[in-house]
Design a protein around this ligand. Structure first.
Ligand SMILES: [Cu+2]
Length: 347
């Protein structure tokens, strides 16, 4: 009972802190924007608070091209600040790999020798951590533990052989804010003897959350008195908030594999599919004879592979079931929602 009481007191203090923070924020007038209003894209572009360029890429998580150096696949990732539209009228000042949020999707085959050349065009040091991968210690990307941080203007080559297969991720390991501001992406490894899953569609879905001033796109930072506790007001799947999320279009009878990836979040996201159940076939990259379910909780640092056969024609939702996470700065419907459009086989 004592622990329950303690938990309630902590919760009350937290909620009180959020309230004070919100009141403090609300009392600061934002020029040209009433409460809950968002600036138009033109206003965002004209905002003098940042000279960060608008992203050129339309979508995040695009497949990353490579070149061959002997038998080594060479990938290049450049970290820089970019203004990333998560909605037509809201952009975040993000930290991005190759100007994309999430970063490009790296797809390799088990057994590949790879080199990833990281170039740092940020105004702060950075590193890349290969989350879940069995790499040599010196390649693990932990600043001042396994390597000297990569300073602005410098390059660093990560080189290792990919021994595993499945859904993994990569992200900055230099201060948690770099990953939460966009520096991460999907790292997918095909099994060397062919994929037993044989899905018709194979789609990584990277879940991200943002705490930003919608007028400027600048991060809100921590709540007063609670270092490390950031306020979140926008939620994205593959770098876009609903209704800007890209629908998944599938023919009735096709097998769909969704790779849910969460490399940084304050709270877990219970991802729910309408219309039919899925089977959980992997966790953190490893095959798993998991449950048949309609909701899968995805915590920070986790990945889950879901498989379903599209049986039921129609437009169905896949969404986070935390009410706050399906809003855009408090406005429903938004955030972590995407449409799955199942077209009839005889159509
Ligand atoms: Cu959520």
């Amino acid at each position: 009972m004592r622990s329950v009481l303690l938990a309630l007191i902590v919760l009350a203090l937290l909620l009180g802190g959020v309230g004070v923070w919100w009141i403090a924020r609300s009392s600061t007038p934002t020029p040209g924007n009433g409460p809950g209003m968002t600036a138009s894209l033109e206003e965002v572009r004209a905002t003098p608070t940042s000279s960060v360029p608008l992203a050129e890429a339309e979508r995040g998580g695009q497949p990353l091209e490579y070149t061959m150096d002997g038998d080594v696949k060479v990938f290049r990732l450049t970290a820089s600040a970019v203004r990333w539209p998560i909605l037509p009228d809201v952009s975040v000042v993000a930290l991005a790999y190759n100007g994309q949020v999430p970063g490009p999707t790296i797809r390799v085959v088990q057994g590949d020798k790879i080199r990833v050349v990281l170039r740092n065009e940020l105004d702060q040091p950075t590193t890349i951590h290969w989350h879940g991968l069995e790499v040599p210690n010196a390649m693990d990307g932990v600043p001042d533990v396994t390597q000297r941080p990569v300073r602005p203007g410098e390059e660093f080559s990560y080189e290792f052989t990919v021994t595993q297969a499945g859904t993994f991720m990569y992200h900055s390991h230099y201060e948690a804010t770099q990953a939460t501001r966009g520096l991460g992406g999907a790292f997918i490894i095909e099994p060397k003897d062919g994929d037993p899953v044989q899905a018709d569609l194979d789609i990584p879905l990277v879940l991200q959350e943002w705490g930003i001033d919608p007028a400027t796109g600048e991060p809100l930072g921590d709540m007063p008195g609670m270092p490390g506790m950031s306020m979140t007001n926008f939620f994205t799947i593959n770098g876009k908030a609903f209704p800007a999320t890209e629908p998944i279009r599938v023919k009735q009878g096709q097998r769909v594999r969704l790779r849910l990836i969460n490399f940084a979040s304050e709270v877990p996201h219970p991802i729910h599919l309408h219309g039919q159940p899925f089977k959980v076939i992997a966790k953190d990259g490893y095959p798993w004879d998991g449950p048949i379910a309609v909701t899968q909780l995805v915590g920070a640092g986790e990945s889950y592979d879901l498989l379903f056969t599209a049986e039921n024609p129609g437009t169905w939702l896949l969404h986070c079931h935390v009410p706050h996470h399906t809003t855009n700065n408090g406005e429903e419907m938004g955030g972590m929602i995407l449409q799955i459009v199942i077209e009839p086989a005889s159509g």
